[in-house]
Design a protein around this ligand. Structure first.
Ligand code: HEM
Ligand code: HEM
Length: 174
């Protein structure tokens, strides 16, 4: 079976690990009193903006590189379902960090995101309570579809691998 090339695989797994880490960090922070959340939320913001930068790079790269052809068994509905999940992933993993960044950029109180003291990433949109509210709601709303997509995606991959008995995970494995 043909597979994704090394750059696609590197993008896929780097971004996947960072997304899972970010969901965990946000979940851990939620249980803490507001004052203690920075320990988890500072890395959450740095990782989130890194995901945005990597994803923009990944999409630009992907536009110039076709994925490997799917095995014949996966024509029709299954292929369409897989492709739909992939497109929704790309949309959500751009919107998720953008809404997060916008939410803190527009609230007027949050400090710019500090990348280990090397530089700061400030989305200078100015204080705008309505925009901060929309972005905050968007960020919270998107968490659920993102988690559902991860579930569908992993179940789909495991189904092809173990029920359809084809070397499917190998397509995205170095
Ligand atoms: C947050 C986690 C993840 C995200 C956001 C994600 C996203 C994606 C995207 C967007 C693609 C399509 C690549 C393209 O054609 O441009 C893809 C492909 C793939 N992913 Fe993931 N993925 C995640 C986790 C996983 C995990 C945990 C597994 C393994 C169980 C996995 C297995 C695969 C496989 C096998 C493909 C190739 C599918 C095909 O050949 O059509 N992914 N993933
Ligand atoms: C792909 C990247 C990201 C993912 C997957 C993600 C995921 C999440 C999740 C699951 C939550 C909890 C939502 C809830 O309360 O139900 C959250 C909260 C939060 N995220 Fe993100 N996030 C990302 C990027 C960012 C970025 C880039 C920033 C800011 C620069 C950010 C700032 C925040 C803040 C401030 C909260 C807490 C909101 C509150 O207090 O209610 N996130 N994030």
């Amino acid at each position: 079976m043909s597979k994704y090339n090394k750059i696609a695989i590197l993008f896929h797994w780097t971004i996947a690990i960072l997304i899972v880490a970010n969901i965990l960090l946000a979940t851990l922070a939620e249980d803490l009193p507001r004052a203690g959340r920075a320990v988890y939320m500072n890395p959450h913001k740095v990782i989130g903006i890194s995901i945005l930068i990597l994803t923009v790079g990944r999409i630009l790269w992907r536009l110039g590189h076709r994925p490997p052809t799917l095995p014949g068994q996966l024509a029709g509905l299954q292929a369409t379902a897989g492709r739909t999940v992939h497109v929704l992933f790309y949309i959500i993993i751009v919107l998720m960090p953008l809404t997060g960044w916008l939410m803190i950029g527009a609230n007027g109180k949050a400090a710019p995101v500090d990348f280990f003291g090397l530089f700061t990433a400030d989305l200078a949109v100015g204080k705008n309570a309505a925009l901060a509210e929309v972005a905050h709601n968007g960020h919270e709303f998107l968490a659920t579809p993102l988690i559902i997509l991860i579930g569908l995606h992993v179940l789909g991959a495991l189904k092809h691998q173990f029920i359809d008995r084809m070397p499917f995970l190998q397509r995205m494995w170095p």
